[in-house]
Design a protein around this ligand. Structure first.
Ligand SMILES: [Zn+2]
Ligand SMILES: [Zn+2]
Length: 401
């Protein structure tokens, strides 16, 4: 409990540090926006009403919507009155197929759908940055482009934004994720790897069925699959350095229909998480070898199908340094975060241009994707203020080279 009190204190101090920029009116407005988004969550690539809402809020503040061919999601632009580079601020806008259990007065009104990853927070925070930057538009030394990106949870959205052309001409991109275990008033910033590459697999083991009482006539896919599940556990411990992070998780195993029949096949599914591209390639290669060889040892065969996820989020060191300075100046405490093995398709932008993804402290009661997930809304104006200031500084820094 004492930890909670500390969070409140840090949050209030941080608020004070930036009170000249963050009017209380903004905090109220962003809270209303976040709650409206929270009440009406939409799943990946179905964010039609969310898209309309974002456009409405931007237009109410006189912010220009840019025209790119996106079915859902919004691109907006500010500045450009003075010559300079283009930098992008990105927020994801989609929700999850989770039944909300927060009991909040503004809880999801859609059964089975919830903003359980806090993308409502990200959207409201970046709208806040846009509102603040609109007021200082004439002084901006370049252009700030806002990417309200669809379908992050399915890892499609960043690719859709890039395919629409909205990343063209952008020199650097910034994004955030709320972080329940960081207190309000803190921000997690680090150069290098921050979040993992997230690949999925589906393995089919084909054997030969028989009567359960005559196993010698079978090539039992269940025994082979069970050995595969055990054998792949050795990849992280025997093929990856203890200094590199990696995860191999089998999360689904299906086979058989009844107690007295040995089935024809078994199917395993799961995920592999890595930070480094060399480690990623090595783990995927070993996984396939182990599946095929263990299956063969039991007279069965295994075929591996990959569901390629986003690469790892790898932050630009110079941008991380800049972001740290801006946090310091605003009275938001920068900390070096522990990297997360969750995936995040912000990484797809970073494959094209330098980028920085940060963890924003939101003192949440539960982890991402939990039915009782929530954020402390006092972090909203802090995040708005922070990204407005970071955008200004980034324009100057990029211009200086
Ligand atoms: Zn998520
Ligand atoms: Zn998320």
């Amino acid at each position: 409990m004492s930890k909670e009190k500390d969070n409140v204190r840090i949050g209030n101090e941080a608020r004070k540090g930036s009170s000249d920029r963050t009017a209380d009116g903004l905090a109220d407005r962003l809270t209303r926006i976040r709650r409206e988004l929270h009440r009406y969550p939409e799943l990946s690539n179905e964010e039609y009403e969310t898209t309309k809402r974002i456009k409405r809020w931007l237009e109410e503040s006189g912010i220009a919507i840019a025209s790119y061919p996106l079915r859902t999601g919004v691109v907006a632009e500010l500045g450009g009155k003075r010559p300079g580079p283009v930098i992008a601020l990105r927020a994801d806008i989609d929700a999850l197929p989770v039944q909300e259990e927060t009991g909040l007065p503004f809880a999801s009104s859609v059964p089975g759908k919830m903003h359980a990853c806090g993308h409502d927070f990200h959207t409201a925070a970046m709208l806040g940055a846009a509102f603040l930057l609109k007021e200082r538009e004439d002084e901006l030394q370049g252009t700030v482009r806002f990417l309200f990106q669809p379908a992050e949870e399915k890892a499609f959205g960043a690719r859709q934004v890039i395919d629409s052309g909205a990343l063209e001409g952008v020199s650097a991109v910034f994004g955030l994720h709320n972080k329940p275990d960081l207190p309000v008033g803190t921000i997690g910033i680090k150069g290098g790897p921050l979040m993992a590459a997230a690949d999925g697999f589906k393995v089919e083991v084909k054997g030969k069925g028989s009567h359960a009482a005559v196993p010698e006539s079978s090539l039992d896919p269940i025994v082979a699959a069970a050995h595969i599940v055990t054998a792949v556990q050795s990849i992280v411990s025997r093929n990856v350095s203890a200094l590199d992070g990696a995860v191999v998780s089998v999360t689904k195993l299906n086979s058989g229909t009844v107690w007295n029949v040995i089935p024809e096949s078994a199917v395993l599914e799961g995920t592999i998480r890595t930070f480094d591209e060399v480690v990623r390639a090595r783990v995927l290669e070993r996984f396939e070898q182990v599946c095929v060889s263990v299956a063969a040892a039991f007279g069965t065969s295994a075929s591996v199908r990959w569901i390629q996820g986003p690469p790892s989020v790898v932050n630009d060191d110079a941008l991380a340094e800049l972001a740290w300075e801006v946090a310091d100046q605003l009275g938001i405490a920068p900390v070096v975060p522990v990297p997360s093995l969750a995936g995040e398709d912000f990484a797809v932008y970073q494959k094209q241009i330098p980028g920085l993804f940060v963890f924003f402290g939101t003192s949440g009661p539960e982890e991402w994707h939990h039915p009782a997930f929530d954020v402390d809304e006092r972090a909203l104006p802090l995040a708005a203020d922070y990204f407005a200031a970071l955008a200004e500084r980034a324009l100057e820094a990029v211009a200086e080279g």
